[in-house]
Design a protein around this ligand. Sequence first.
Ligand code: ZN
Length: 439
Amino acid sequence: MFEQYKSLLSELVKFKSVSTDASFLSEIQATVVWYKKLFQDNGFTVQVVEGHDNPLIVADYVADSSLKTVLVYGHYDVQPASKEEGWDSEPFALSERNGRLYARGVIDNKGQHLVHVVNVFKHIHNKTLGYNIKFLIEGAEEIGSPNLERFIKENRKFLKADFVLLSDGEISGNMPNIEIGFRGIFNATLNIKVGNVDLHSGMYGGFAPNAIHELAKIISKFYTEDNRISEDELYLESAPITKEILENNKNIPFFQEEYEKITGKRKFFTENNLDFYTKTGLLPSIEVTGIQSGYAGEGYRNAIPHKALAKINVRLSPTQDPQRVFASFKKFLKKITPDYIDWDINCDQSGKGVFVEVDNEHVAGAKKILETVWQKPVALKYVGGSLPIITFFKDNLDLPTLSIPLVNEDCNMHGANENFELSYLEKAMEFSKIFFTKK
Ligand SMILES: [Zn+2]
């Protein structure tokens, strides 16, 4: 089955199904054709749904109407990649070396959902499939799935299932993980202006306000010295950090030295001595992800810039409402920005965080299988990233979700040399095989 997996994966990663750039549309279309044929050849009823960003593939297989139905989510779109970014092999060709498979999409997300696809096919072939299956494979995850919620709302009946299974993350702590929380998110652009023109830095230097300095002063007020967001209102409605949560999170190893080595950072911050998983999984954060102003080309332009902008990414505690926090953030900016600065801020993209239900038979069943495969206890993990799809399923279909990452933590998601370590792949295949087996 490994061979079948690798051969399908090598076909699949060849498609440059990049969703962040419209020039790859023909590759997206070719990918969809590939999936359609693959599912049809294996006995599925396939629908390609247009009109909600890139086409969605919904592939349906009814093994026995008395069985439960699992909706398996995945996405076929990928981040851009080029050899110049530091890849040691062609990004859009599968390569195997050092006990790992390399290619763009090999873990995000083609290679992860393909594990389930191949195992389901095998069970169909052997007549040992324990569920009815609906695969929902979308093509706009990397651009935030802007119309997926609308699709789900309009197709409640069509997507009817008993629970959702998705594998789209990384395994932390070298032990099997079930993801139980995701942070919310919003992105915003802050524009500031001091006057209407750039001024000569000789004639006005030290006298006229400088937009870069003013922006830096504003940004420097986001956090206190001990790395807490300065404005308490931004913590409102965040999830309480209970003793149980702290206990749970302390049991997941965090290999700080290894992180320092890989990232080259000599320091990581936290607040109130909280561990990594609590700080990144349950508390809000503000990251300035880009700034623009003045002149940074060759040579120098001796002028005092009058405008500047900052791109800001805010992550929210799973229980916080993005619009409410954005309103508080705006209020906070008003407080820390002097009158002589004109400013405005736009919220462009937002998504609510979520806590995933853990008190159900699906989680209990998956936990047991993971423990058997890994011979280790399962970590219940709060994830710092955001996965709006889980909120969509919960809010619109009222479906419990099982979020089980399958890949190594050093998989370089979105980066060069994206990879799937074979020892993890072996465990993933074993998990998926047992998971879909008829009881
Ligand atoms: Zn991604």
